[in-house]
Design a protein around this ligand. Sequence first.
Ligand SMILES: N[C@H](CCC[C@H](N)C(=O)O)C(=O)O
Length: 294
Amino acid sequence: MNATVPFARMNGLGNEILVADMRGRDDRITPEAARALAARLETHFDQIMAIHDAVTDGTDAYIRIVNADGTEAQACGNGTRCVVQALGAQTGQREFLFQTRAGILEAREHEDGSISVDMGRPRFGWRDIPLSEEFADTRAIELQIGPIDAPVLHSPSVASMGNPHAVFWVSEDVWSYALDRFGPVLENHPLFPERCNISLAQVTGRGAMTIRTWERGVGLTRACGSAACAAAVCGARTGRTDRRVTVTVPGGDLLIEWREDDHVLMTGPAQWEWSGTLDPATGDHVRDRQEGAA
Ligand SMILES: N[C@H](CCC[C@H](N)C(=O)O)C(=O)O
C-alpha cells in the first residue's frame, strides 16, 4: 500500500473541502491527520471527503466525511458536489450514487457544470435530530440566547438532514449577530447530545432566504449545504417560504427544492483549486509541482 494518496483542494461556494482518494485501501484518514491538515494555512479545510471503495452493490463509492476537528459527519452537501466534480473530471461520468453515514445519495453534474445532489428526506422527530428532551413540535423549540426577557436568538426550528441542524429565524441582517460568540455555546448546548450545526436565517421572500452557519466540528463557514437544505425545509414547514428556495450563503447561492416525494434536491457549483498527495496517517502533504508554477 502506498504511503500517500492523491487529494484535491476544492471548494463548494467557499466551503473549504479536501477530496482524498482512499479507494483500494483499508486505512482511514486519522483524526490526527485531519487536525494537522486543518491547522496549516495551505490545507486549511472545513471537511475532508474521503472516497472509499463502495460497500453496497450499485453504488459508486462510500464517502467518509471528516470535520476540521477530526470528528465524522453524516452529511455534507457542498463536499458531495466537489466529489462529483473530482470523479467526473477523471472519467467523464455524470451521474453517481454515493453512500454516506446518512444513506445513499444520488448526484449528477449538469451541462452547465452545476451539480445537483439528492440529500434525501429530512427528519423532524426530536429523537431524529437528536434532542436530549422530548419536543412534540420541532418547528420552534424552547431555546434562547441572551437576557431571559429580551433574547437575542430564540425558538429555532430543528431538522435532521442526516446531521443535526438548528435554524434561528432572524429579522435583522444575518451579519448583525455575533455568531462567532453564540455558535460554540449553541453547538455544545446540552439540548443537543450529538452537538448541532447552528444557522441564522433571514427570509427575504417566499422563495429566498439568507443564512449564516456555525458548523459543528468546524466553526464559521462560508457555506454549508446541509444547513441550506435544513433552513429551506424548515422555512416551508413553518409557512415562511415555498418549497423551492434560493438560499444565499456567504459564498453564494444554492437552489434548494423540497420535492413532493419528500426528497431535498440541492443544486450549486463546485470548484477545483489544486491537487497533491497526502499521508492519511499524518496529514503530511505535497502539492503537485506543475500546478501554479509561474
Ligand atoms: N459543510 C457541510 C456540512 C458539514 C456538517 C458538519 N459540520 C457536521 O454535521 O458535523 C455541508 O455542506 O453540508
